[in-house]
Design a protein around this ligand. Structure first.
Ligand code: ADP
Ligand code: MG
Length: 267
């Protein structure tokens, strides 16, 4: 594996909110075309870790490199300074992000939401942006809903528009933070399907999720975060079969108690 294939390197990052250490010396690599799923109890630091990878959250120590470039800071003459917004935006230009809340612009149509991003960020003409926007909506199965405003779309459709909007930036990596957690159960599948398709097409992805089935099926690697640390990580087959790790075992048992899981009927 060459250095080139590392899209994100997280090296020993820590993050505190006041007196609370939320991330405690976390290191992980994400390689090109890899799908990393991040699981763990509520409050364990999953969102903070993911948001740090787009510098939506400032990490206190350690390094995050995106395609080899330091994110959020600049090392100069042996000292480290905060990066400017322009420098941060440059380093994260190929990072796409999808949140639990879809954050679509309510006054714009589905197509408008995707096209606007292309006009604002990619500086495309309106015509080009609409053409490209349509192709992206097609990719998430929503070309027929291009003219609908968010309020007329289901939660699953809104999230797919949000994914199309993120894809408009031509990301090299997509970060998903519980993209299906705000959805009614019957709408979860259509969003996971779009994500599976992306994975199959070779998109590099880091996905915070409570969908253990998705993690088991789609992830190349699963990282279990507990109390701000990666407690254990590995391919899902190794991690989920014959679980030895006590905290992971407990986490999966809690999950089982709340959800239909292996071999059980879908709820
Ligand atoms: P997760 O996504 O795993 O549920 P988070 O990363 O959101 O966990 O949060 C980890 C911890 O950091 C929690 O204890 C949370 O209360 C705390 N936290 C998150 N964001 C903030 C913030 N902006 N200010 C203070 N504490 C925060
Ligand atoms: Mg979270």
């Amino acid at each position: 594996m060459t250095q080139d294939s590392l899209l994100i390197e997280v090296r020993g990052i820590s993050k505190r909110f006041g007196d609370t250490t939320v991330l405690n010396d976390i290191s992980l690599d994400i390689r090109k075309s890899e799908v990393l799923c991040i699981i763990g109890p509520s409050g364990s630091g999953k969102s903070t870790l993911l948001r740090s990878m787009a510098f939506l959250e400032k990490y206190d120590s350690g390094d995050i490199l995106i395609e080899g470039e330091l994110l959020g800071y600049v090392d100069q003459n042996g000292a480290r300074r905060d990066a400017t917004v322009a420098e941060i935006n440059h380093v994260r230009r190929h990072v796409g992000m999808v949140f639990q809340q879809f954050n679509l612009w309510p006054h714009m149509t589905a197509l408008g939401n995707v096209a606007e991003a292309l006009v604002r960020v990619k500086r495309l003409s309106r015509d080009e942006a609409r053409k490209k926007g349509m192709a992206l909506l097609e990719r998430v199965g929503l070309a027929s809903r291009a003219d609908a405003h968010p309020i007329r779309l289901s939660g699953g459709q809104q999230q797919r528009v949000a994914i199309a909007r993120a894809l408009a930036m031509e990301p090299h990596i997509m970060l998903f933070d519980e993209p299906t957690s705000a959805l009614d159960p019957e709408l979860v599948g259509e969003v996971l399907q779009v994500m599976k398709d992306l994975a199959r097409e070779g998109m590099t992805m880091a996905v915070v999720t409570h969908e253990m089935g998705f993690a088991a099926q789609v992830a190349d690697r699963v990282a279990f975060i507990d109390q701000g640390q990666i407690a254990i990580s590995g391919p899902p087959k190794e991690l989920f079969r014959n679980v030895q790790h006590e905290r992971l075992k407990q986490f999966l048992q809690n999950y089982l108690d709340r959800n239909a899981f292996w071999g059980q009927e879908d709820s």
